[in-house]
Design a protein around this ligand. Structure first.
Ligand SMILES: Nc1ncnc2c1ncn2[C@@H]1O[C@H](COP(=O)(O)OP(=O)(O)OP(=O)(O)O)[C@@H](O)[C@H]1O
Ligand SMILES: [Mg+2]
Length: 187
């Protein structure tokens, strides 16, 4: 949760964070951390039965006390999302694709239109479920329960696309994370 909260400080409008890992791995908990970091104080629940839940984020001076203002893309020279201007965050959407059986059901959700909205941050539980339907630019957070201590979680972060790779690189440096041999992935 704390890591999600710190990641939120770097997320710009248009950012997409896919969360995967087994049932109970901590995807919703991570999403709650991001939400808290964006200044959302209410309870962010699992959208399993709703498929997507939406939370308005206050921007600029209206941001909640004690929380960082939702940020622009950290590096203005890197368009974020690609080919678009950096944009502040005004809405957080929390998807859960667990109950979807087929990729074409994403259209019923208007999934791609929603995640491409330039002022939205999208968190997607089971977001890598349909390998043929991944966004162009995303951060992937893979969560795993520690086999020896069920109260611990391992997280592996990776990114696809220029903006998310830049953003993840910055985040990893700020966290002191080490890239793995696979390059661009962080434990
Ligand atoms: N980092 C963590 N440290 C300790 N406990 C955690 C952590 N993350 C999640 N948990 C606990 O694990 C349980 C499952 O967490 P969570 O609901 O976030 O998982 P999930 O991956 O969203 O599950 P699902 O696949 O059912 O959506 C909860 O009881 C939660 O409190
Ligand atoms: Mg969940």
């Amino acid at each position: 949760m704390a890591l999600g909260e710190r990641l939120s400080a770097l997320l710009c409008g248009g950012a997409v964070v896919l969360l995967d890992g087994d049932l109970g791995a901590g995807k919703t908990r991570f999403a709650q951390g991001v939400a808290r970091g964006l200044g959302l104080t209410g309870i962010v629940t699992s959208p399993t039965f709703n498929l997507v839940l939406e939370y308005p984020v206050e921007t600029g001076d209206g941001s909640l006390a004690g929380t960082p203002a939702p940020s622009l893309c950290p590096n203005p020279t890197v368009p974020c999302p690609p080919a678009k201007e950096p944009s502040p965050v005004s809405v957080l959407r929390h998807f859960d694709l667990y109950r979807l059986e087929q990729a074409d059901q994403l259209d019923d959700l208007d999934y791609f239109a929603l995640i491409e909205e330039p002022d939205a941050v999208s968190l997607v539980e089971w977001g890598s479920k349909f390998a043929s339907q991944l966004p162009l630019d995303y951060i992937l957070v893979h969560l795993k329960v520690d086999e020896t201590d069920p109260n611990k979680r391992f997280l592996e972060l990776s990114a696809e696309g220029d903006c998310s790779q830049e953003l993840l690189g910055r985040f990893a440096r700020s966290e002191g994370m080490q890239p793995t041999e696979r390059g661009g992935q962080y434990d």
